[in-house]
Design a protein around this ligand. Structure first.
Ligand code: AMP
Ligand code: ZN
Length: 112
């Protein structure tokens, strides 16, 4: 099935993005509407809408992405600390139904 979501289009290069990292499994881009000095999103290649639809393999990939982020702090500009965030569903305010991890940092973040 051909997916038409915004992140799938970014992946295919049909919508421009500032890409900081890309491999076969995921990419890291700048969020278009930053909520912190550094606001990036890590997007797995496969279109899975929600974290609660993740397979075991997909969950393992999320762990791998988090590990990668921790090794890329310098190039991502988050060496002083960062927050990883996944929105699931309406109450969390998920707007793009293609599972992604927000990476927030570059400054002292507000407490929850
Ligand atoms: P969420 O609310 O968790 O679904 O997050 C979706 C995020 O995607 C929001 O922070 C948006 O600002 C971001 N976003 C939407 N469209 C684009 C785009 N074309 N390029 C980069 N970020 C985007
Ligand atoms: Zn998608």
């Amino acid at each position: 099935m051909v997916e038409e979501c915004v992140f799938c289009k970014i992946r295919k290069g049909e919508i421009p993005s500032t890409t900081l990292y890309k491999d076969d499994e995921f990419m890291i881009i700048k969020d278009i509407n930053p909520q912190a000095k550094v606001h990036l999103i890590a997007i797995p290649t496969d279109h899975v809408p929600y974290i609660d639809m993740m397979t075991q393999e997909g969950t393992a990939l999320l762990g791998k992405i988090m590990g990668k982020i921790s090794h890329m702090q310098e190039e991502l500009g988050i060496t002083e600390g960062y927050r990883l965030l996944i929105n699931q569903g309406e109450n969390a305010g998920q707007t793009v139904n293609h599972l992604h991890i927000h990476i927030l940092g570059g400054e002292k973040l507000k407490d929850f």
